[in-house]
Design a protein around this ligand. Structure first.
Ligand SMILES: NC(=O)c1ccc[n+]([C@@H]2O[C@H](COP(=O)([O-])OP(=O)(O)OC[C@H]3O[C@@H](n4cnc5c(N)ncnc54)[C@H](O)[C@@H]3O)[C@@H](O)[C@H]2O)c1
Ligand SMILES: [Zn+2]
Length: 241
């Protein structure tokens, strides 16, 4: 199998999607047909959905909190944590996943660009998000301690903007390590922007680009220098030389 050459100056940027958590037992959205109990994912993961039925939305995220807590990081998550241990500050992991499995596997330089399942925040005021492992399956719905308005999961929903500081961090990693950078996308179908555009950004700054995916979408795969087809839990432990 191919191996990624990592030299003494190489900076590695990794972007992961739902596929890396599949072997832990968490469903990918598109794999599940994009439905949850007959509801379209957009209905339970959008500001409009929350305004229409906060309880339904909290039920969805409460169940996701339960499922994420019931599973363990897999060999793919662990391989990335091990790589980071070797590289230290020459490593950055931007994940689209909200499940917290990278941190549980030991990854430290993680930016959760789509938010964190185990955090909540006020839907109205500017109090910072806080850690929250509770489930809210029944009324009453949780309220902000400061202003009394509804709490929501700290997730970037459909139609919402990503934190521009996160995107800047990724771009700066490519920019600052021009010529010495390897970008690896793992388990992502490349349908959700801006993460799907990282590969183009990486290439524009001269990075070598790799895609690891069980069933890569043809047009997305065509934008990478190298494509490794397979399960991330099997591929990643062997990929870094
Ligand atoms: N675990 C999570 O936190 C979670 C789960 C589902 C969806 N989401 C969210 O849904 C959105 C979906 O986009 P996405 O691109 O991340 O996921 P996606 O569902 O669109 O694509 C998943 C990709 O993973 C691949 N895959 C499946 N099993 C794999 C395995 N064992 N090893 C390697 N690849 C595998 C599939 O071929 C597919 O290309 C994201 O925004 C993400 O935030 C998150
Ligand atoms: Zn508030």
């Amino acid at each position: 199998m191919d191996r990624i050459e990592i030299g003494p100056k190489t900076f590695v940027v990794v972007a992961t999607g739902a596929g890396i958590s599949a072997e832990s037992g968490l469903a990918t959205f598109r794999g599940a047909g994009g439905l949850w109990e007959g509801h379209r994912v957009e209905e339970v993961a959008s500001p409009e959905g929350f305004a229409a039925d906060a309880q339904l939305v909290w039920r969805f995220y409460s169940e996701r909190r339960k499922s994420a807590l019931a599973v363990e990081p897999n060999a793919g998550h662990l391989a990335l944590a091990k790589l980071e241990e070797k590289l230290g500050d020459r490593f950055l992991l931007a994940t689209q996943n909200v499940d917290g499995l990278h941190r549980r596997a030991g990854s430290k330089r993680v930016i959760a660009i789509h938010g964190e399942l185990f955090e909540s925040r006020c839907a109205q005021c500017f109090e910072p998000p806080f850690e929250d492992k509770q489930t809210y399956l029944e009324p009453p719905m949780p309220k902000c301690q400061v202003c009394g308005m509804a709490l929501r999961p700290n997730i970037v929903w459909f139609g919402e903007a990503l934190d521009h500081r996160h995107l800047r961090q990724v771009r700066e990693a490519f920019e600052d390590h021009r010529g010495d950078c390897v970008f690896i996308a793992i388990g992502t179908s490349g349908q959700v922007y801006p993460a799907a555009g990282f590969v183009d950004q990486a290439r524009s700054f001269g990075a070598k680009t790799w895609l690891v995916d069980l069933d890569p979408a043809h047009e997305f795969a065509a934008r990478f220098h190298h494509v490794v087809r397979g399960k991330s839990g099997e591929v990643l432990p062997q990929l870094f030389g």
